[in-house]
Design a protein around this ligand. Sequence first.
Ligand code: SIN
Length: 190
Amino acid sequence: MTLDTTRDTRHRNPFADHDAIWLFGYGSLIWKADFPYRERRPAHIHGWVRRFWQGSHDHRGTPESPGRVVTLVRQPGERCHGMAYRISPEVLAPLDVREKNGYLREVVRLHFDDAENDSAEGLVYLAGPDNAAFLGEAPLDAIAAQIAASHGPSGANRDYLLNLAIALNDLGVEDDHVFALATRLDAEAR
Ligand code: SIN
């Protein structure tokens, strides 16, 4: 698979004939919602966890020195909390470009946090283990060191991590993986 997944992902839309689509964001899409949306609601998905296992060659690192950003990793019994956005179908094209470093649109059932038993099918950008930029698991200290050292066209990798930690905290979401990394980065900055 090439490093640019824009072409692979753009036809993946079973909701193409819908007037609006739910999109689940779990990483930068939580704290950097610079796209138009009709409404947004805190939500979660079942069977996945958020991990800094995806390489970033285009936003928070470079091809020679990739940063680390989040993707979803399957873990039965677990939940990943994030933000659901109701978007118009044409909003997906620019998001495909933003998420082109290994992410593909996948269908997911999202459960809204603000209403019991309220759920909907939607899309999520998922960078699976077979994508060319995938880095995979590493000790937390090594992940933190890589994030601390990485910069890319969108800025410091550290800011991606700390913005995500702040946004999750604001949502009342506990995420041990993200918070443990943020603590390491904080300690290092002192
Ligand atoms: C997402 O936020 O849902 C995808 C990963 C990212 O852009 O950080």
